[in-house]
Ligand binder design. Sequence first.
Ligand code: NAD
Ligand code: DAU
Length: 336
Amino acid sequence: MQQVLVTGGAGFIGSNFVHHLIAATDARVIVLDKMTYAASPAALEGLPADRFRLVVGDVADAGTVGPLVAELTGPDDAVVHFAAESHNDNSLRDPSPFIQTNIVGTFVLLEAVRAHDVRLHHVSTDEVYGDLELDDPARFTETTPYQPSSPYSASKAGADHLVRAWVRSFGVRATLSNCSNNYGPWQHIEKFIPRQITNVLAGTRPRLYGAGANVRDWIHTEDHSSAVRTILERGQIGQTYLIGADGERSNLEVVRLILQLLGRDPDDFDHVTDRAGHDLRYAIDSSRLRAELGWSPAYTDFEAGLAATIDWYREHRDWWEPAKEAVEAGYAARGQ
Ligand code: NAD
Ligand code: DAU
């Protein structure tokens, strides 16, 4: 039976991927997660005990990572590397955990998969490419030069470079993917869409950075999971695949849609202090993944996906409510 070690598998996208893998394959899954503030133990409840194991530990700790990777002895066994500090705003306040987890953690993992000759899939972000003008006809492709803007995106870019160097210099069997903005269940309420949904549900107003003209290319996290599984199964070693679902929307459009779906006046939000160095637009051209590996997204109706996500947050108040006050206090301290 195939074994897959999923780092960061208690986070938003990692936990969705674990459920996806358990449902779509007969793989046995080991999650390695440090259980930071961003982890959700509840997201891993109900998984079959004979196919799932949680190891609490740091991906940057070679003493933890080495023995786990050494367990992966089957020909199809693999590591899928999601573990990261993931929020840009946090990286502006304190970059150090981003360097430690995203760069040093990836280095430690690479050394382990090199030592034990284990297949790796490295999960990265479209933010490594910097940003685009609003009217730029081009979108990001696998050959777009790296130009990260924030400590977060620079740390992810650093990790990507390490993975490619380990492929070329040491023959590590790795693939990479760079995905656009995810939305869906279990996303931490520090992030844009859950923050605005839970603001409205909590009776406060959504908060839009600056004018809200910034564009993000939204993809449902389930589509990210199916893309990563596709790459794991059929991707070419050494190759990078961009993952996106043609979901470009301005932040202003998204806030207005959330308000509308919640039965509120679409203008019932506040403009707040903009993010320092705020990237203007991300847009993914996922042609390679679609043409070479036959992947396509299932969630092509953003409004329907957003409505389902709103329902999910409505039904999971017990999960997000305890964190809400502290998250909002942190934002308020920065005028956001
Ligand atoms: P998240 O912050 O929700 O989850 C990250 C998980 O990693 C948490 O469970 C956390 O406890 C764990 N973690 C953090 N530091 C760790 C460490 N040192 N050792 C072990 N575990 C650790 O993040 P997410 O949004 O689910 O993102 C997952 C991955 O996908 C990241 O690599 C991110 O860069 C990438 N990504 C995210 C998006 C997005 O829109 N959220 C888009 C593209 C790529
Ligand atoms: O593009 C992929 C990236 O998407 C991932 O690599 C990151 O891990 C993930 O966090 C996300 O980064 P963003 O910075 O784009 O996401 P965030 O949810 O923080 O913000 C989305 C947009 O909304 C961005 O333009 C900033 C804006 N924003 C954010 C918050 C939290 C607001 O206008 N108001 C807010 O309150």
